[in-house]
Design a protein. Structure first.
Length: 233
């Protein structure tokens, strides 16, 4: 006589028949996953747009020979951290000239104090641009660090219930305990599924932000160097 056919379980069946705690953990991990994928999509589009604007900026700057030509060229460019560096320099020099004319000061170049103020202005502009581009990226680190632990927490609770079921039912047959253990392991799988894309994206975006910060610092140094070549320092 053949035995009864083995029950067939799918992931959806296991989650649907799971305890409230397991379902809550799965729901939170799925929510974390949706949030991280939204951030990944938004940041990927934003950083790609900044890369295109960097290429446009480099192309425009390649046709200039002086600070005045740079200031004129950026007027036709879309806002970007790179164009903002040139605009910040132009704004600083314009305000300085206006202040010197108002005070009746005749000076062709920048004093050491004024040069330090310009450097701080450009550093502040670069830092603000990087911070703005990096918004929501730390959330990916939170998802990457929290989701596996939350999944592990759900797994521990599920295994505890499975062993309690063994003790109460008086049986240790694999067919009896396997569904409970599989249910427990689902939370770990869901937690890892949320964490892995988040940690990969966080590292990629962090590297791109570091690169952008280095490029802005180099652009600031090139701008100050151009001022020196034109005798404005």
């Amino acid at each position: 006589m053949q035995g009864a056919p083995a029950a067939s379980y799918s992931v959806v069946d296991l989650v649907a028949g799971a305890s409230i705690e397991t379902q809550a953990v799965v729901a939170i991990c799925l929510l974390f996953s949706l949030v991280s994928w939204y951030i990944i999509g938004a940041k990927w589009w934003e950083l790609s747009r900044l890369r295109r604007r960097r290429a446009e900026f480099d192309d425009a700057m390649g046709r200039t020979r002086s600070i005045a030509e740079r200031e004129q060229a950026v007027t036709a460019l879309a806002p970007s951290p790179f164009a903002d560096t040139v605009r910040a320099t132009a704004g600083f020099l314009s305000d300085l000239r206006a202040a010197m004319q108002r005070d009746g000061v005749a000076r062709s170049g920048l004093s050491l104090t004024q040069l330090e103020a310009l450097t701080m202005t450009l550093e502040s502009s670069a830092g603000e641009s990087v911070s703005r581009a990096g918004r929501m990226v730390p959330m990916l680190a939170i998802v990457a660090a929290t989701s596996p632990l939350l999944g592990l927490f759900g797994t521990v609770l599920g295994i505890m219930r499975a062993f309690l079921g063994i003790a109460n039912g008086g049986t240790s047959q694999i067919s009896a305990v396997a569904p409970g253990i599989a249910e427990a392991l689902i939370t770990t799988a869901v937690g890892l599924g949320a964490a892995i894309p988040a940690v990969i994206a966080y590292n990629v975006f962090s590297a791109r932000l570091d690169q952008m910060e280095s490029e802005l610092e180099r652009l600031a140094q090139e701008t100050i160097g151009a001022l020196g070549r034109e005798g404005k320092l």
